[in-house]
Design a protein around this ligand. Structure first.
Ligand code: 1GP
Length: 238
């Protein structure tokens, strides 16, 4: 049964905070998968997100099958393009890049993904994806050829998030970008979380347990960690 979204809603209602570890298939090495999965199983992660800005989808099915045999968490695709769709995952964040004005990332890729998605059983979770300026050019900005939103204009970020909710997005994702120098400002998280009804995801440039906690305290329902765990497999030990 597909219930990823319902469980996120239940967690939000119960104020139970969620944590996704983002795995970029381009950076995974088969020989280190055992240790990686062991560390994930010892971590507080509640979800595995899988995807990357430029990954071409090669061997994705095998990779997810392998990981899923060792990790008992929901696997959610976080795709940079339609080649990153695999029926071996449980669900997919069906992203719209609301901060940008590039039609490819507003509708073109989504239309192209439909014939592929129709052949899968993935739970499709529409997600308004909002890139926030973070001190350096990130891969999302480069690949999507869009500008992030001003990190000091919290009102406009909220306006964008609310537009996403009115369009019908089931999640809003505030993204600083992978490896961002500056993560999404806490004040922005607070303003957005207090004025939308759907669950709020926050990620990009979060490198400490304190920052994760600050995101939760500011109103994030789910925090995404990629680079910090990639760089230090013992990140969650401290
Ligand atoms: C990127 O939000 C995710 O899409 C995670 O970012 O790699 O900086 O943790 P980091």
């Amino acid at each position: 049964m597909k219930n990823i979204y319902q469980e996120i809603l239940n967690s939000k209602k119960a104020n139970k905070k969620l944590l996704a570890i983002l795995l970029d298939p381009d950076k995974l090495h088969l020989e280190s998968i055992s240790i990686l999965t062991e560390k994930i199983n010892q971590s507080p992660a509640t979800h595995i997100f899988i995807g990357g800005s430029s990954f071409n989808g090669n061997h994705l099915d095998e990779l997810i099958t392998n990981l899923k045999s060792k990790i008992n968490l929901p696997f959610v695709l976080f795709p940079g393009n339609p080649s990153q769709i695999s029926n071996k995952a449980d669900g997919i964040l069906f992203l719209t890049l609301l901060s940008g004005r590039n039609p490819d990332y507003l509708i073109e890729h989504q239309v192209n993904a439909v014939p592929i998605l129709n052949k899968t059983n993935l739970e499709i979770i529409s997600t308004g994806y909002i890139l926030i300026e973070s001190g350096n050019e990130t891969a999302v900005e480069r690949v999507s050829k869009t500008k992030p939103l001003d990190r000091n204009n919290h009102e406009y970020a909220l306006q964008t998030a609310q537009a996403g909710e009115f369009i019908g997005n089931k999640l809003i994702y505030l993204e600083a970008g992978s490896g961002a120098k500056l993560s999404v400002p806490n004040e922005m998280i607070t303003l957005v979380s207090q004025n939308i009804n759907v669950p709020l995801l926050v990620g990009g440039g979060i490198t400490s347990q304190q920052q994760i906690q600050d995101c939760y305290n500011s109103g994030a329902d789910l925090v995404v960690i990629g680079t910090a765990f990639e760089n230090d497999i013992n990140f969650f030990k401290s």
